[in-house]
Design a protein around this ligand. Structure first.
Ligand SMILES: [Zn+2]
Length: 363
């Protein structure tokens, strides 16, 4: 796998993908993670799915459109699949929403102040089936380079951990003869609970990996990348990897056999979004990249922010990620490219991406 010089892109109905591909090629971008859920988080897909509602009434297929344009420019297109955040499914199945220890539900005006954020419980068997079917549909139908799983975790807030929904409590009770609500932190029972939660995430990822392989048994193998959540990280120490598992149920060792890359969301200056606060020096990006690469022993595509910081700092974040052992870079603009990233930031990023391309061509 070559060095990923990527960007996260949220389409809109009238995106000119040829123009976008020209623009990104000029910046040495070789990978785009295309967010395919419409209107933010309402669960409407950008391609006509048999499983989920379609964002466009006219049958327009943004995924197909983007694939054709990017293919002409040699840019890999990856389909971004939102696992735990889907307002459409939440409205249909409110009992699938994750529940905090204090019984507060993972939805707006519940556990989250952020509008539109509904976090479903990824342990729910029927919800897992739906996600597996979606992955199979995308990989079987489109020549995407792979799938990027976002929100592939339990939610977490400083006010408490998840998930204590009826399904999680009764399934854990069946397997361990314990009520999760009575377990105290720091006990062997707590470790059993953390392990059980992490197993739910790992099981989902393993099932999705298997469905992708079944859907495309010939041709280039579709790769599977997971977005990793270091939210609320307060140090640059190795112990942050254990906190990711404890907070979000992402076990980087257990997930690795089913994953081709991890994309830790290393937004070091992320202070405006009340649901995921991180305020760190830019060097934190390199340190976390190092610990995550060591834990998973698979490629790490460090995902860094290109908003709310200077153009130079955006480039430095990319550079320190590679010093920390990254195999790739993804840029998160929080909105569309241009409106929140801007040409000046791209001038800086281009210097880093051009150098990565030059070094790789020489190898
Ligand atoms: Zn649950």
């Amino acid at each position: 796998m070559s060095i990923v010089r990527g960007v996260f892109y949220c389409p809109w109905r009238y995106t000119d993908y040829n123009e976008l591909a020209d623009y990104l090629s000029d910046k040495y971008v070789n990978t785009v993670s295309l967010q395919r859920v419409g209107n933010g988080w309402n669960g409407h897909f950008y391609y006509p799915s048999e499983i989920a509602p379609h964002a466009f009434g006219d049958g327009y297929d943004a995924l197909d459109d983007a694939l054709r344009a990017f293919d002409r420019h040699g840019i890999d297109l990856r389909a971004h699949l939102v696992v735990g955040n889907d307002a459409y499914v939440a409205a249909q199945h409110p009992d699938w929403l994750a529940v905090r220890r204090d019984a507060v539900v993972a939805r707006p005006a519940g556990a989250f102040r952020e509008p539109g954020y509904h976090h479903l419980c990824c342990a729910q068997p029927a919800y897992q089936d739906r996600l597996v079917d979606i992955a199979r549909e995308i990989v079987g139908r489109y020549p995407v380079a792979g799938i990027d799983l976002d929100y592939v975790r339990f939610p977490w807030t400083p006010e408490g951990d998840f998930c204590y929904c009826d399904h999680c409590r009764s399934a854990f009770q069946r397997e361990h003869a314990l009520d999760a609500l009575t377990i105290e932190r720091g006990t062997p029972e707590w470790e059993a609970w953390l392990g059980w939660r992490a197993d739910q995430v790992t099981t989902l990822v393993r099932r999705i990996r298997q469905a992708m392989d079944e859907a495309r048994s010939q041709g280039p193998r579709a790769t599977l990348m997971l977005y990793i959540a270091p939210w609320w990280s307060e140090t640059s120490e190795r112990q942050e990897v254990a906190k990711i598992r404890e907070r979000f149920g992402q076990d980087l060792v257990a997930l690795a056999p089913y994953s081709d890359a991890y994309a830790p969301m290393l937004y070091h200056h992320y202070t405006q979004d009340p649901s995921f606060v991180t305020a760190q020096n830019v060097n934190w990006v390199g340190a976390l990249t190092r610990w995550i690469a060591e834990a998973g022993k698979i490629p790490v595509w460090s995902t860094t922010q290109v908003f709310d910081i200077s153009p130079l700092e955006a480039r430095v974040a990319v550079e320190v990620a590679f010093n920390g052992g990254a195999s790739g870079s993804l840029l998160f603009p929080y909105g569309s490219i241009g409106s929140t990233c801007g040409d000046e930031t791209w001038l800086e990023i281009k210097k880093a991406y051009r150098r990565l391309a030059e070094v790789e061509a020489r190898a």
